[in-house]
Design a protein around this ligand. Structure first.
Ligand code: ADP
Length: 481
């Protein structure tokens, strides 16, 4: 059987450039798919970090970009990842966050930057690289989502197309005046084309034209088909219901392995959980918390945004800090939340600590040292931090939404429980769940069982990658038939 060839298109990819879970998926899924006999190449923008990470770089061709600027397609690798890189310095030679200028605002030309990425995916999809003609173009999120639209409007025999929604809140909406500039035909600007409430909708276009739509958990797949969860796209998604599937994300269990993790003060596995104590102490020291083994230490690793519900945790603090509870928060994002957590750390010194920023190593220590990890999201497509937490024996306390609902088990009996869930997503709901977890923490044997259950849960890519492989094969077969 010839392997199915997939061009994965994403605007970030771990370990090179990451702002969130999208990068983790774009970096881990190709490797997991290799074990399924699927051959994946990833098309990514040529940010400075990508150009620096590239080994064996080779120019494939120059590309007279339809809206100007010297552009070329480069092939190379980074570790085991095989990459196509869109090297367009006028669009991508900007260090730092891939979407934001140094003043924290979206780059004004984001519409052009990611139209170029999708257009290159279209070129490769139509055979521009003779050595790799994909059977499937798989576009991740709005930044890649114009690719199925370009392929549709090319009018040529095309590969199958898949769009994955990692977060429906980010939709890529740009003015109609750009239509011609980005090379879309005038007749594409209709409700059944790329038009979206009077603008061009990049994600909308992808959802309209992709042969298959996936999102990153079964519950989120249902939620996005509702009016509220659909965020303006619910009607379209309901109309495409038969083509939508929810496939949970996994984590890279090589990167996230408490038995080998060099970011920890002490490594451990399910057989010697007592060794976590040294990590808890290291974490307390790092966050300026009282070094007390029996305090209930809560961790947070998150973007600080409305989605993540971390304003609720700030509001819940008075109800929690009367108990023997500590909190270590690592995050960055909205200025008011950053200030809120800085302030809480000052007011409750010794009980609350905050590190504002992005720190991969510290994220590992929080997983390895906290007793519980809090994820109180208002919506959560899949969520990765609770998966890492399960693997590290940090018991997740999560809201009942999206992938959090699907990956954490809150059962009556502790022999099935892996964490604590709450709904509705309110301050009281969160506080009650934390207090339930705190009570359970008081029974060391029961707590150990909950930790052990979590650590025995399969959070790897293995079974998830096979779902993608099945989807690709089904699509190739259907299109051939
Ligand atoms: P999202 O993609 O919505 O931000 P996910 O839970 O899917 O949320 O993925 C977040 C990823 O980013 C996880 O790998 C998490 O560990 C990491 N992360 C988030 N914030 C930080 C931070 N401040 N420092 C280090 N890692 C972080």
């Amino acid at each position: 059987m010839t392997p199915v060839r997939v061009l994965s298109v994403a605007s970030e990819i771990y370990p090179i450039i990451k702002t969130g879970g999208l990068a983790d998926v774009a970096g881990a899924l190709p490797l997991a798919l290799a074990a399924e006999g699927i051959e994946v190449r990833s098309l990514v923008p040529g940010y400075p970090a990508v150009m620096d990470a590239l080994t064996d770089a080779q120019e494939l061709f120059e590309w007279p970009l339809f809206f100007g600027g010297a552009t070329r397609l480069v092939e190379g690798s980074c570790g085991e990842l095989k990459l196509f890189v869109l090297d367009a310095p006028h669009l991508f030679a900007r260090p730092g966050n891939p979407y934001l200028s140094p003043d924290g605002k979206d780059w004004p030309d984001n519409g052009l930057r990611f139209a170029a990425l999708a257009r290159m995916a279209d070129n490769i999809g139509l055979g521009a690289v003779a050595s790799f003609v994909p059977d499937i173009v798989h576009a991740h999120d709005w930044q890649a989502a114009l690719a199925p639209a370009y392929l549709h409007y090319s009018g040529r025999p095309r590969p199958g197309t898949v769009v994955t929604v990692h977060n429906l809140a980010f939709q890529g909406r740009f003015p109609y005046s750009m239509l011609e500039q980005i090379g879309l035909p005038p007749d594409s600007f209709t409700m059944h084309g790329v038009e979206y409430y009077g603008d061009i909708g990049y994600l909308k276009a992808g959802l309209q034209f992709a042969d298959r739509i996936t999102t990153v958990s079964p519950t989120y797949a249902r939620e996005i088909q509702s009016d509220e969860g659909g965020m303006g796209l619910g009607g379209l998604l309901r109309a495409r219901s038969g083509d939508i599937s929810g496939i949970l994300n996994g984590i890279d269990t090589g990167v996230w392995d408490p038995a080998t993790d060099t970011h920890l003060a002490s490594r451990y596995d399910v057989g010697n959980l007592a060794s976590r104590a040294a990590n808890k102490l290291a974490l307390q020291q790092r966050f300026g918390l009282e070094p007390r083994a029996d305090a209930f230490l809560l961790g947070v690793i998150s973007r600080l945004s409305w989605q993540k519900g971390l304003d609720l945790l700030l509001q819940a603090l008075p109800a929690l800090l009367g108990r023997d509870i500590q909190l270590a928060v690592l995050g960055s994002g909205d200025a008011d939340l950053q200030e809120g957590y800085r302030g809480a750390a000052e007011v409750h010194a010794g009980k609350v600590g905050a590190v504002i920023g992005y720190d991969e190593a510290l994220a590992h220590l929080i997983q390895g040292g906290s007793d519980a990890l809090i994820v109180p999201s208002r919506f959560e497509p899949c969520g990765l931090t609770q998966l890492c937490a399960l693997r590290y024996g940090a018991v997740p306390i999560v809201s009942r939404v999206g992938g959090l609902e699907d990956t954490v088990v809150d059962a009556e009996a502790s022999d099935a429980t892996t964490g604590f869930k709450f709904a509705p997503v309110t301050t009281d709901g969160l506080a009650t769940a934390v207090l339930r977890a705190h009570a359970a923490f008081g029974d060391k044997d029961a707590w150990r069982i909950i930790q052990t259950n979590g650590m025995s849960t399969d959070v790897s890519w293995h079974s998830r990658a096979s779902r993608y492989a099945d989807l690709y094969r089904e699509l190739v077969t259907t299109r051939a038939g």
